[in-house]
Design a protein around this ligand. Structure first.
Ligand SMILES: Nc1nc2c(ncn2[C@@H]2O[C@H](COP(=O)(O)OP(=O)(O)OP(=O)(O)O)[C@@H](O)[C@H]2O)c(=O)[nH]1
Ligand SMILES: [Mg+2]
Length: 350
């Protein structure tokens, strides 16, 4: 096995998407990764960047940790997508810039070829906002190999409605056209009767009314409203439940992603350009590929160590959280997180 750990990073004290101090977060994430894992296992750590980490920055980030190396990459909207179809900023519930959408393509499409060309056959991903809080005393890659697993993750997640619009139906059309019987994707894409859809609409319409009223009374308040595409004319409609793997940490065998049927699926979705046009993200695309092509016994959920990945806005926990490990003796990080944000995680994750 020739495994590695992968980051995509930005040398910025204020990143363009969230205004976060990406550089400091990266350093903190690496320190925790080394303290709790990589001091022991010494896997290569590849930090992909767009040329903004100069030599001095690279030395400062790597310090004496010789396994850390920087790999420069450059992002562009792929040639097959007419630029006029790709908005500079995707305007949904939250706006997403071009860098974020390049990141989506990097993690869902491009990374597998890059790693194979560099000679790596297994990797795990960390983000600058991924923090490992418990010691892990076994080699994660050996664990995957011994168990015969092809994909591992730490947290289940349900992604937002507005970043998945049309995604489940598109995947379904592909499966039908290709005659593919998925392993367990249909647990996540079910028929919903018109009656069920109408009831749901009614309930959510009422929630919208209440939210609008609260926002009218107090303009400081901000709530997300439910939106619906028109109900199709058929009696039944498909309902994608948007559950997948919070892939800001995931561990996987590179080979799996090069299976011809997996590549065909990824390329098909890539050509549609959903990442750039509709902000269908790497999380749902990657999770769906797993749910279509891997039997459950090849997918493993880690629960023993504490992991944090949280989107914070104005000191409020907006998405994600901290996930206490089953075997974690010291819950300091969890307690600190809870004190600061009032809870450990948002309801869309578990
Ligand atoms: N070089 C580069 N890195 C990026 C860019 N956008 C995001 N990244 C990095 O890619 C990783 C994932 O990006 P995040 O902004 O954390 O995206 P995310 O995890 O899907 O979103 P959150 O769940 O809100 O954190 C992080 O390490 C980012 O620093 C970009 O435009 N350029
Ligand atoms: Mg992140």
């Amino acid at each position: 096995m020739n495994p590695c750990i992968v980051y995509l990073a930005q040398n910025s004290e204020r990143d363009t998407q969230y205004g976060r101090d990406s550089r400091s977060m990266l350093e903190q994430s690496l320190d925790l990764l080394y303290e709790h894992y990589n001091d022991r296992f010494r896997h290569p750590v590849l930090i992909f960047h767009e040329g903004d980490f100069k030599e001095a920055d690279q030395l400062a980030v790597a310090r004496d940790r010789s396994e850390i190396r920087f790999e420069e990459i450059h992002f562009e909207v792929p040639d097959f997508l007419p630029l006029e179809e790709v908005p500079d900023t995707w305007q949904g519930f939250h706006p997403y810039g071009m860098g974020h959408r390049h990141m989506i393509r990097f993690y869902s499409i491009q990374l597998f070829d890059i790693l194979r060309d560099l000679g790596f056959d297994f990797y795990f991903r960390m983000d600058d906002d991924s923090f490992l809080h418990s010691p892990i005393e076994y080699d994660l890659f050996e664990f995957m190999e011994r168990g015969g697993y092809d994909y591992g993750y730490r947290v289940d997640v349900r992604d937002g409605v507005d970043v998945c619009r049309g995604f489940g139906e598109t995947v379904h059309a592909y499966l039908v056209s290709e005659g593919i019987e998925p392993q367990f994707f249909y647990e996540h894409l079910k028929r919903q009767s018109l009656l069920g859809a109408t009831t749901r609409r009614g309930v959510n319409g009422f929630k919208n009314l209440v939210k609008r009223a609260l926002m009218a009374i107090d303009p400081e308040r901000s709530y997300g409203l439910w939106h619906y595409a028109p109900v199709p004319a058929s009696r039944d409609r498909l309902r994608y439940d948007r559950w997948g793997y919070y892939n800001n940490f995931h561990i996987t065998r590179v080979d799996f992603w090069h299976r011809p049927e997996v590549q065909s699926f990824l390329r098909h979705m890539d050509r549609i350009g959903g990442g750039y046009k509709y902000r269908w993200n790497d999380l749902i695309l990657q999770s769906t590929a797993v749910q279509i092509f891997l039997p459950k016994r090849k997918v493993y959920k880690f629960t023993d160590w504490t992991y944090e990945h949280a989107t914070i806005k104005d000191e409020t926990l907006f998405f994600g959280g901290i996930y206490p490990g089953r075997d974690d003796a010291d819950g300091t990080a969890v307690r600190r997180f809870k004190t600061r944000y009032g809870k450990t995680r948002t309801a869309q994750t578990r």
